[in-house]
Design a protein around this ligand. Structure first.
Ligand code: ADP
Ligand code: MG
Length: 399
């Protein structure tokens, strides 16, 4: 069974609540990157063209509800007004911003909506009950609309009022962005064309345990680079110098390797550095030759060749986690080369999940070179873990 999508709803003249991800970076009232707003436009434009009365809900940043002084700072900082203003420049219909999350001003703005017009509601996290999925709040928000559409992929792993609670009271559907994410990630995780190669990296094993676990059971090969490779190498008895190590995960790493039946492939050489710094002294060394006072900050040239070789012929590739400290130029090569190798595979479905991995690929110029770059950091990780995402699970199935 598939979930309903916005195309399955009869939205003409209806009040449609859309949970979008407008959690954009803002500095001194200016939006630094409007990509998340742009990503939501296909769904919003579809609803405008089909005469819906659109109510947009999103969170923006974090709001501390425990410490009153901090709460005041967070509320001032995370005002949705500039976001609504930005949206108004990207769309050809009337956009009304309501600076509150409940009450007569909001209710009146919704009642005044004409077909094809938009109300943007203040930051959902101004409400204490939002992140607790408070039924009273969910019910109130649901009372403003006739139907609910989820298009905030970056938030579907959270069971909040605006992501899950409202959907309990209204007919519901996926927006185009979430539909595409589900389609792409499911094709890779649940129905991969083989050979299926997963490439995992990033900082810590502990962040990725469930991802490694799930991908080891479904992928044909799991290539491990980045900081987390060192805990695995240590588990194999190698000296890793000052490289990132999670002592309390060594046994788990051993267990993964024992169970992996040769699927799990580790780096064979490294770029090591005298310090965690751009201008550190660096060396290229094989396993067993990492000096005691150096740390591994990128995979080495032999590992790049090994990983490229493992990728040959792959029909599905999932990549999560940079191969090195790509933020610093001397340690970006591994990530760049692996990115290039994946993007050059012919006829392969190639998917990137994870916030920093997506940022790395985009920063290195690979924005259009993958089948799919997920917009949801934590959500895409949980998807790769094989977990059910509450914000998707709650959406009605197609009739
Ligand atoms: P994602 O957000 O895609 O899931 P992670 O958050 O797990 O990825 O990891 C990204 C971080 O891992 C980057 O900031 C990168 O600098 C760091 N990293 C990669 N390799 C190493 C390494 N060898 N040592 C320390 N940090 C590393
Ligand atoms: Mg990250």
């Amino acid at each position: 069974m598939a979930k309903q999508t916005v195309r399955d709803l009869d939205v003409k003249g209806k009040r449609v609540i859309v949970r979008v991800d407008f959690n954009v970076p803002i500095k001194e009232g200016k939006i630094k990157d409007d990509n998340r707003i742009v990503q939501a436009l296909p769904t919003i434009n579809y609803l405008v063209e089909h005469g819906a009365r659109i109510i947009l809900l999103s969170h923006l940043g974090k709001v501390d509800h425990k410490d009153p002084a901090q709460k005041a700072i967070d509320i001032a900082k995370n005002d949705m007004a500039p976001v609504a203003a930005k949206l108004a420049t990207l769309i050809k219909t009337k956009v009304t911003f309501v600076p509150v999350t409940r009450g007569t001003e909001l209710e009146k703005a919704v009642a005044d909506l004409k077909d094809g017009e938009i109300v943007v509601v203040q930051n959902t996290r101004y409400e204490k009950g939002e992140s607790k999925n408070d039924p009273e709040l969910s019910k109130y928000w649901a009372s403003l609309g006739d139907m609910f559409v989820t298009d905030a992929f970056g938030s579907v792993h959270r069971a909040h009022s605006s992501t899950v609670g409202i959907a309990e009271f209204l007919p519901s559907a996926l927006g185009f962005l979430v539909e595409k994410e589900v389609e792409m990630l499911s094709a890779a995780v649940y129905n991969p064309k083989r050979p299926f190669v997963a490439i995992l990296g990033g900082a810590k094993v502990s962040d990725k345990i469930a991802v490694i676990e799930n991908l080891l059971t479904i992928a044909d090969k799991v290539l491990v680079g980045g900081g987390m490779a060192y805990t695995f190498l240590k588990a194999e008895g190698k000296e890793i110098g000052k490289s990132l190590l999670e002592l309390d995960r060594i046994d788990m790493a051993k267990d993964f390797m024992a169970r992996s039946q040769g699927k799990l492939i580790l780096p064979i050489d490294h770029i090591v550095a005298s310090a965690f710094a751009e201008d550190a002294t660096t060396k290229i060394v094989d396993n067993d030759h990492i000096p005691a006072d150096y740390m591994g900050l990128d995979i080495g040239p032999k590992t790049i060749e090994l990983f490229k070789h493992e990728l040959l012929g792959a029909k599905t590739v999932i990549w999560n986690g940079p191969m090195g400290v790509f933020e610093m130029k001397p340690f970006a090569k591994g990530t760049l080369e692996i990115c290039t190798a994946i993007s050059e595979l012919s006829g392969a479905m190639t998917v990137i999940g994870g916030g920093d991995s997506a940022a790395a690929a985009i920063q290195l110029g690979f924005k259009d070179k993958f089948t799919h770059i997920s917009t949801g950091g934590g959500a895409s990780l949980e998807f790769m873990e094989g977990k059910e995402l509450p914000g998707i699970a709650i959406i009605q199935e197609k009739k």
